[in-house]
Design a protein around this ligand. Sequence first.
Ligand SMILES: Cc1ncc(C[n+]2csc(CCOP(=O)(O)OP(=O)(O)O)c2C)c(N)n1
Ligand SMILES: [Mg+2]
Length: 922
Amino acid sequence: MADTSITTSAFNDGYIAEQFEAYRADPSSVDESWRQFFRLAAQFAGGSGATVASAAAGDPDLPRLAAAAASLAQNIRIFGHLAVPLDPLGTSPLGAAELTPEYHNILAADLVRVPASSLGYADPRFRTAADVISMLRRRYSSRLALEVMHLPDETERLWFRTILREEQLTRPLSSVEKVDLLKRLTQVDGLERFLGRAYQGKKRFSIEGTDALVPMLDSAITEASAQGTTQVVVGMAHRGRLNVLTNFMGKPYEALFSEFEGRHGAAPDSETGDVKYHMGYKGSRALPSGAHVDLTLVPNPSHLEFANPVINGVARARQRLGGTTLARDPKSVLTICVHGDAAFIGEGVVAETFNMSRLRGFEVGGTLHIIANNQVGFTTDPIDARSTHYASDLAKGFDVPIVHVNADDAEACVMAVRIAIAYRTRFGKDFLIDLVGYRRWGHNETDEPLFTQPELYARVKAHPTPRQVWGARLVKEGVMTKADVDAIDTDFAKQLEVIFDQVRKQENAHDEHLPNRPAPSPVDTSVPADRLRALNEALLDWPTDLAVNPRLAKTLERRRDGLAKSIDWGHAEALAFGSLIQDGVHVRLTGQDVERGTFSHRQAVLHDANTGRNYTALQHVPGAKATMEIANSPLSETAVMGFEYGFSTAAPDTLVCWEAQFGDFANVAAPIIDQFLVADRAKWHQDSGLTLLLPHGYEGQGPEHSSARLERFLQQCAEGNMTVAYPSTPAQYFHLLRRQALRSSRRPMVLMQPKSMLRLPDAMSGIDDLANAQFQSVIDDATTAGREANVTRLVVCSGKIYHEIRAANPGEHVALVRIEELYPWPNTAIGAVIDRYPNLTDVVWTQEEPKNMGAWTFAEPRLRMATGNVLTLRYAGRPERASPAEGYEASHKADQARIIAEALAPVSSPVASKGKKASAAR
Ligand SMILES: Cc1ncc(C[n+]2csc(CCOP(=O)(O)OP(=O)(O)O)c2C)c(N)n1
Ligand SMILES: [Mg+2]
């Protein structure tokens, strides 16, 4: 028992009073700084009956002490998070010298000498700086580790101070809420334990250790719904996904058990499915408020974090108000992105997506990010996984507020979500919660974590589950008895048992209804000439007070009288977009510098030379039933393409196009192409109509400005999964765009796009080609009419090289044929062309690309089939090469000339016997 002349009433702050009580009862029970504090406090207020603060009034040292106390206070706001015990397994927080009074040249005991008013606190609850500091430690350094001082906007920093002061968002849960939370944690934990028993050794990527994630998601939809959110789009990886799918999304336990039994719903043969922890789900939640929230968990590939941009694209599409306006309601759709701690910092797509979060063409009103931080990635410890202290540090660079929270403190986890949603509502920006927990088992349930993390896993094994931790707390608080806690657990286990028994007895899969697709049907893509003329005028009709750059105005003016035979690529595209908008199809185009067009060929957005005001004619199309959204993207491919993919899955009413600066750069987005675009129908019964515009062609611009890697797309073509085309005229491009937008069956379209061909006079189209034609998958040689019998050779090619061969004047014996659509391979149309020439002897596939690239390896077996193996099939193109194109201009020119010469060179010994028809062998 300490001998002291002051009583507890000398302290205003409850926390200090508590410490004082402990000190009085047993001085050794508090640490030395407290002992010192209370000794000095006694000197000030001893015996006077006054509080310590009032006793300190008139102190000559006050200015110095007040400055030091203020500095300490501010440092707690900045660095308080470093002292929060975040690890459920007990690792000590890093701490910071700045959090100690001594660092600021003040003793803890001296804080009582500083009136709270000198720190700007007029509230009577705080009399001394000690009260204030104690309060700040509670707010910034006890349960929620708030990192907001990096936010550049002062309004935001002040907002955080205000909400913490008002304590609405950090209020404790009511008793009813506490019990509900226990029930939820019981479902989360109970399901995992049940699966662990029933399906021992099967991968489930258990959530255990970060169980609070599910009640946090619950809390997010409740809070967001109160702010007008009606839809939530979630993206997450494998960890805890089965739990989220069922307990949060509402997928029936029956369906999950049925999948564990190895059954799956009926699907076409081509839909080969995916593992259960990649599958998406659409659900709906009725909230106690009476509101409904639609929930979408997007399917995702194994590729960690690549679903991040996709969910934002989905949300952006769903936030649109529709009609002829570009207006959106960002509050209506909330995106939630759950990350892994190792993947978050490691995968660049995360940074790309953050960077897009506030850009005009991509913002969605703020994403709630939660790092399900289990402090390990597969077998890799944080020390080998990142160069930063926190798993979340990447987000700081994007002005995102961050709260770290201990996953065992389920109540604090809910508080963090309340703050996050309030912040999104107020500022429309991303927010990140770093949920620090652990992983109860190995990376998956067949892994032995003791091999690689023996010390960590000794601690994990000894640690109670989040449900047990929370249950024990409720018992301690007297909210419920231990027996009540156990009963909730037993009841839930029984429920699962009953469902499991039923599923075991069934033979069929739980019926997950797959929506039917409309059957593909041909569409008329032509647009009457009169309509095109009127549209053309309207597109050139910018406001008279818009000071368009005179050179640009002159170029565009050429479009006015250019409908006869000089419609170039950009012109045809504008007419396609404009006519679609009149037809009620929205158009969205993004990519780097798309507003102008990499090659200055689009000029869709005009800039006033004096005011910088913008004008987009496609947003003022007469008779528009839809609208045009066009936006320059940040310098990134992966996340932008992922975003557009997501958008297109959610917007069947929109032609969504993404354009690469040069087609070569699309390979940066390989996971979006391979894992989403190409395979989504087969894996997830999901469709997108995304169009990729990829400039491609050999013009001597070097290894990285020549090839969109056509071969890679063709290699992935199967089961009608996409269109791959290399059109050779603006009219063909026009019809392809319109066909893609108007047809009922939606699959991605990959277009090799021109560069030098953009304005090539020979490649221009006329209004007739738009008004009275359709897309032709194969274009036969029109110049051979009447001399078919003279033709002995077919030179077959795609895209730009056609114009170069034509310019080289192929002889009488040559028919120059273009394959405009490579996939689906136009077998019938090619057969018809071959049959037209009775005396063919050889076919020469001609391409600019090296032999191991381009379309050759794809086309060769198909052409052999088409020629019935009767005609000689030759290759004219670059030899096999490691680099797709020459960097040396002279080499490029030489190769280009050689290819054309070889395509047209006489063959020394024709092999096909005259009269034998290819069609007979076909
Ligand atoms: C792009 C990519 N690289 C590698 C992997 C293989 N992989 C699957 S899970 C995993 C560890 C992920 O760790 P973390 O992000 O912390 O998530 P956790 O499993 O711990 O929840 C790895 C490396 C992958 N799925 N995707
Ligand atoms: Mg991890």
